[in-house]
Design a protein around this ligand. Sequence first.
Ligand code: AMP
Ligand code: MG
Length: 328
Amino acid sequence: MASKQFTIQDREVIELPKPLDQLSNSELERKSCIGRVMTYTLRSLTNQLVDRGFQWLLPVALSQSTDPLWPDPGASIEKRVEVDIYGKTVRTTTSMIIHKLIAASLVYQKLFILSPNIRIEKAERAYTGKHIYEFTQLDFEVRDASSKDVMRTVEDVICNLLTQLKRDMKEELTALCRCDTLTLPKKPFKVYDRAELEAKYGACWEEAISKEISEPVWITNIPREFYDFEDFKTGKWDNYDLFMPQFGEVLSGAKREWDYEKILKKIERDKVNKSNYALLLKLAKEGKLKPSAGGGIGIERLVGWISGVKHIAETQPFPRVPGTVYEL
Ligand code: AMP
Ligand code: MG
């Protein structure tokens, strides 16, 4: 994601979220208010998915195989966290994409995971307001689904959440000054092609579109990691990001690759370490990897947008601001 250049001026504009013990009484009350919106949001999202037949998987924290986060123009990782256990090198979860693809292919037709992701973002990202070094994705995947299926489901789930919030959380939304400004978007959400945005706005298209929109919109056809479906004939990517005003990208998703030759070609093209994806490649070669589509919603960005925060770490009880490590 093209992030705004950090300047001294930004440092004055965005106050970095503080740990609990440094908050004043009114700041603690605001924290509690955002916490109630977070609880409500988690309940609504998980209930809606369970009601639609999704199975709720528990996350993993350490694996040999995790998301390479490459090539993604938005990735800015300062350090990858690896540790040796039982004679093997494991990495902290950057996303559960590989686990999702295998679990959806072999067992669970529809699944979701509230998955903690660790991405040690560069310290200069402290002031973007939308990056934290530990965050939670609501990661979901559906075997045999199309991009359209997933986009329609996400629109329904987000609109239901907003309707319920506006009905049940009036007091909190008023305290957060979001009662009037948080409006119900029209479905289906508008769709933009990344290539057209790039032609119009240049390399900073993400910044530009985030400022321009007043409702959630989809952006499709974004070149990135090997597991998103790419049509080799047209060069188009069958993927989609949900962008929201202010924070930009709140969800990334795609139809997935399942063909062995294509996956192998893309891993080699991207110069990604093939040995970290041996199981995925083996299953693909045996025809056991199935077509699927899914996505991951950044919970702190979603709740940050709903709550109207300046920095998404305000939605965390224990802020994970890039460059700053508090005791808790
Ligand atoms: P990605 O796998 O990079 O597409 O991330 C999936 C979603 O997680 C994004 O759409 C964001 O909502 C969220 N996300 C990614 N990186 C961060 C970060 N450093 N801090 C907070 N949320 C993030
Ligand atoms: Mg993304």
